[in-house]
Ligand binder design. Structure first.
Ligand code: NDP
Length: 485
């Protein structure tokens, strides 16, 4: 019997599923049990060529449609996605291992938001008129052309939509490569877009590992590369794109600070720290993994945190009561276990967790370390798992300097009842996506992205349209041309 997660074929090209079993087989393992639930094949050079050629061929006609027409397709796709939210959420859970309690509200729904939002904006893309005496300049906001999207494994539906929706709204076409760890969901996004009326070739999906990504990035027909991944992959992909002078958006990793002042509402601060460390079992780029707590409330904060973490329901991700699922795969689980051991050996105080769960699948206990110092490995490197580091601080100036002492700059958060201080501190933090008395909200209306090693460009919001389009300016002379000779 075929598992319900098995896709019709590995790739989606030119409006249809395409298979080529000569590509390396990629097993899809369900993280909660370790069992294989599906299999896809990596794209061969022929498949890569088909996808790029179809994306290139479809672009001009897609860009020539009105924004209203393009937007209508995206909004229809959003409606279909919402109608099928339950099935898509189950698939997302099979793909990633994330609990259904999360996927029902954070994945297809977030993808649908992006399709709806950018579908709505597509018709409003316009240039401007600049009067220069009797002459004038007008500008045209044009599509970039053929774009490549490359995804990480933590949010396969959302990433495909966050990249695809603004790209398509602007009149670009896209070839999207999901992470090899979670290859299923992007195929459904392509299927739904075509059901909604997307012309063939406008959104294509190919499977593969880094070599397929590299082949896409270096192809001369590609005008833009949008990557969600680690900072080290980002540096490689950015360099490869630069060689071809391509546009880029880089959504990379982080080691973000979450600062809790002693006047903060403790339960809200604990809630923010839980959302910023344990949602999706900690596999979220913007997580506030360095939790700086002011000295006066530290022990109270730790006690309440341990109490609430103890109520996490760890178990079958398909059971809606489960609030904490497994790591995406065994390799990632082992990476995180390595960091937990480093935390212990470097002298951090273990408050809770600190081990693998005694059950099948790749489950780790939600883990909190206290007495973490700035130089410890767990305070410096992105772990991408459920490991929170709590650091103590005294003064505002001190915590701002320590919070900024990192190569990363994706997110930052502040909990305090003193709003003047909240804005003053946020103003000094080197981060792209910030929160006051909250953590990890990512509405499509808000720009999302990092500074420093966390990336370039912004996803979501009107900002994303700037990163998927370019401006042509046209000077119009009304009188005679003066020339030197
Ligand atoms: P990786 O950087 O390992 O991979 C990201 C994607 O790039 C994958 O599809 C990968 O393929 C592909 N890839 C790898 N090498 C190359 C290459 N040379 N050329 C082109 N493509 C390549 O990230 P993970 O999948 O492990 O995801 C975790 C990382 O993503 C974390 O660092 C996290 O912080 C970051 N992230 C950032 C977000 C943001 O918006 N800022 C959001 C979510 C995650 P394959 O894996 O199949 O080999």
């Amino acid at each position: 019997m075929t598992h319900p997660a098995q896709p019709k074929a590995s790739h989606f090209i030119n409006g249809a599923y395409v298979e080529d079993t000569s590509g390396t087989a990629i097993p899809v393992i369900y993280a909660a049990t370790g069992e294989q639930i599906a299999r896809v094949h990596a794209a061969t050079p022929e498949i890569v060529e088909q996808a790029l050629a179809s994306g290139k061929a479809a672009q001009q006609a897609w860009a020539a449609m009105t924004g209203t027409e393009r937007g209508r397709v995206l909004r229809r796709a959003a409606d279909i996605m919402r109608d099928r939210n339950h099935d898509l959420s189950v698939l997302e859970t099979y793909d990633t291992g994330k609990p259904l309690q999360e996927t029902l509200v954070a994945d297809a729904t977030s993808g649908a938001d992006a399709l709806e939002y950018f579908g709505g904006l597509a018709a409003s893309l316009s240039g401007e008129h600049i009067q220069l005496g009797e002459d004038w300049v007008y500008t045209i906001r044009e599509a970039l052309g053929l774009c490549v999207g490359i995804g990480a494994w933590n949010y396969p539906t959302q990433i495909a939509c966050w990249k695809g929706a603004p790209a398509l709204a602007c009149g670009n076409t896209m070839v999207f490569k999901p992470s090899e760890a979670t290859p299923l969901c992007a195929l459904k996004v392509a299927e739904i877009l075509h059901e909604a009326g997307l012309p063939a070739g406008v959104f294509n999906v190919v499977q593969g590992l880094g070599d397929v990504g590299a082949a896409l990035v270096t192809d001369p027909r590609v005008n833009k590369v949008s990557l969600t991944g680690s900072a080290s992959t980002g540096k490689k992909v950015y360099a490869a794109a630069a060689a071809g002078m391509k546009h880029v958006t880089m959504e990379l990793g982080g080691k973000s600070p979450l600062i809790i002042f002693d006047d903060a509402d403790i339960d809200n601060a604990v809630g923010g720290a839980i959302n910023g460390n344990f949602y999706s079992s900690g596999q979220v780029c913007s997580n506030g993994t360095r939790v700086f707590v002011q000295k006066g409330i530290k022990e109270k904060f730790l006690a309440r945190l341990a109490e609430r973490v103890g109520t996490a329901v760890i178990g079958d991700p398909l059971d809606e009561a489960t609030s904490f699922g497994p790591m995406v795969n065994e390799a990632q689980m082992n990476i995180v276990l390595g960091y937990i051991e480093k935390g212990k050996s470097e002298g951090a105080r273990l408050i809770c967790g600190g081990a693998r769960c005694d059950m099948p699948g790749w489950y780790l206990q939600p883990t909190v370390f206290a007495d973490v110092t700035d130089d410890m490995t767990i305070a410096r490197e992105e772990i991408f798992g459920p490991v929170m580091s709590v650091l103590e601080f005294d003064s505002e100036d001190e915590v701002v300097a320590r919070a900024n002492d990192t190569e990363f700059g994706l997110s930052a958060g502040v909990f305090t009842k003193d709003f003047t201080r909240a804005h003053r501190v946020i103003g000094q933090l080197e981060a792209g996506s910030c929160f006051i008395n909250s953590y990890n909200d990512a509405p499509v209306e808000a720009p999302f992205g990092g500074v420093k090693a966390s990336g370039v460009g912004r996803e979501n919001s009107k900002e994303a349209l700037k990163h998927f389009s370019q401006v042509k300016s046209v000077y119009v002379r009304m009188g005679d041309v003066e020339a030197a000779f």
